[in-house]
Design a protein around this ligand. Structure first.
Ligand code: MN
Length: 234
């Protein structure tokens, strides 16, 4: 069974359930731990959701809407990404996770979608926890991507799916070597991947909220398969 190091966050339960329902084992890791110890014996790294990264991490002054920066968490997770990539370890990055992944690899972020992009789509849907799987908008997928391959059955010939959405930031300048593999109809980047790695995928929505019904279980299953496979060869 693949062991996944999962970064701690305020809503950890759904991430745990999603990994476990796809057949993986979870180890929660957080700042204070040595980065190599946090990944020791693990087969994959799952980056979870949370508050904003400090914009200084990508060389920008903070927009007034940037909230609750936690420098220790930023530091720890950026170092985790570097170490996991150095080891060739599969990475699955969700919400804040896609932002950490992009910044750790040299990209930048839109600091506040409503005031900096101007869109009629609501990406920051306010929903109570028990309806966290409520759909907010659709995304358009690149059809030759790892993401669309994993969602093939669900897509059933189409190139769009509906997703939930609880973010006010997004990927702006893409990290070198990465590609955008899903966008919202307003152009906001919703998923990125690094084709040079065995599995390095970031998504801006919350697939873990669907663990009960399984709409996005193939993402976790594909991640765990890659983790088991690359672990055997590492
Ligand atoms: Mn969105």
């Amino acid at each position: 069974m693949a062991l996944i190091s999962v970064t701690n966050c305020n809503k950890i339960e759904d991430y745990k359930q999603a990994v476990q329902h796809a057949g993986g084992e979870v180890r929660i890791v957080q700042h204070g731990l040595d980065v190599r110890d946090a990944l020791k014996g693990a087969d994959g790294l799952l980056l979870t959701g949370g508050d904003d990264l400090a914009p200084s991490r990508y060389g920008e002054p903070a927009h007034p809407t940037v909230v609750e920066v936690a420098p220790e968490r930023d530091e720890f997770e950026i170092a985790l990404v570097a170490e996991a990539r150095r080891q060739g370890m599969p990475i699955f990055a969700i919400c804040r996770g896609i932002q950490v992944l992009n910044v750790a690899c040299g990209g930048t972020l839109v600091q506040d979608i409503p005031s900096q992009v101007g869109t009629s789509l609501n990406h920051a849907l306010k929903v109570p926890p028990h309806t966290s799987f409520e759909y907010a908008h659709e995304i358009w997928l690149e059809n030759d991507s790892l993401l669309s391959k994993l969602l093939q059955e669900r897509l059933n010939g189409s190139d769009s799916v509906s997703v939930n959405s609880r973010h006010h930031q997004a990927v702006k300048e893409l990290a070198p070597g990465f590609r955008v593999v899903a966008t919202a109809p307003d152009g906001i980047i919703e998923a990125i991947e690094d084709p040079a790695m065995p599995f390095c995928l970031g998504v801006q929505w919350h697939p873990e909220n669907f663990w009960r019904t399984g709409e996005f279980r193939p993402l976790f299953e594909g991640f765990l398969e890659a983790a088991a496979r690359t672990s055997a060869s590492r």
